[in-house]
Design a protein around this ligand. Sequence first.
Ligand SMILES: Cc1cc2nc3c(=O)[nH]c(=O)nc-3n(C[C@H](O)[C@H](O)[C@H](O)COP(=O)(O)OP(=O)(O)OC[C@H]3O[C@@H](n4cnc5c(N)ncnc54)[C@H](O)[C@@H]3O)c2cc1C
Length: 286
Amino acid sequence: MKYHSPDSFHAAAEISANAPGSTRFLAGGTDVLVQLRSDIFTPDNLIDIKNIEGAKAINRSANGDWNIGAAVSGAEMNENEELKSEWPGIVEAVDLIGSTQIQGRATLVGNLCNGSPAADTVPALIAADASVAVQSPNGERIMKVADVPRSPGKTNFQKGDVVKNVIVPAKKNKSSDAYLRFIPRTEMDIAVVGCGVWLQLSADGFIVSARISLGAVAPTVFKVDSAADILIGKQLDDDTLHKLAATASAACNPITDRRGTVEYRTHIAGVLAERTAKIAYQRAGV
Ligand SMILES: Cc1cc2nc3c(=O)[nH]c(=O)nc-3n(C[C@H](O)[C@H](O)[C@H](O)COP(=O)(O)OP(=O)(O)OC[C@H]3O[C@@H](n4cnc5c(N)ncnc54)[C@H](O)[C@@H]3O)c2cc1C
């Protein structure tokens, strides 16, 4: 295995495109190094992105959008009070990853690019309508996070693509987000279901815009437009919440494994959609 430490994302993309054999990028390493040490997968090339200028930065564009560098850890996000107050759902999702030690290394981009259907931050990012800036040897493009997952462990990135940063839109007036997951233990476990919700309200508390995303109940994290549509023009009365839960459950296509059966995951997805929407609604109204 060859270790590379490029000083630009363009150089990282060139190495990934041209180096012989397999490649992995090293962000926090909490997936890559575990796979390597457990002999699950050893890449021919390990491309460390942490020394690239800007990779560890959280800043804002002129239009207020957030740019979160590919090597920014969950702990660093959690220390950014402005980010936390604008996007509490994204930060609570990253804050659920592993333990304090893991959060000191784990990144949003690694969580997305590892391709797990149960990745905690991906439903929150999709609900936020986040994008990623992707560098390839031929240039840079912007891709919606929702378009990244392809199948368990796979993404729609091409060889030579490297993510520079996550772009989270500036917070809109009377909007907020939330993320909840259910795990069989109290911590350090993988989601049976994860749910991200973003809502925007009118001045009198009616929902004017909504996005909902579910994790761990299909081969990829996915956006549930049918469930979001239920909420438009409504306040969160009991009837709306029941319809939301039924629609979220109906969208699921999970597997049975040791953490839960198809029936259990499907039911929990509805329960979590209801609970997460209530939190986002309350936050958006503040
Ligand atoms: C003990 C433990 C507990 C965990 N708990 C959770 C949990 O509760 N919830 C959860 O969702 N996950 C959990 N994880 C998994 C892991 O911590 C997360 O997926 C984490 O966010 C990965 O980020 P990273 O920066 O460490 O990624 P890395 O390991 O550095 O990389 C992961 C993948 O992303 C790719 N990648 C990295 N950077 C880029 C880039 N810039 N461009 C393109 N591809 C890139 C790599 O090639 C690799 O395939 C846990 C892991 C451990 C070891």
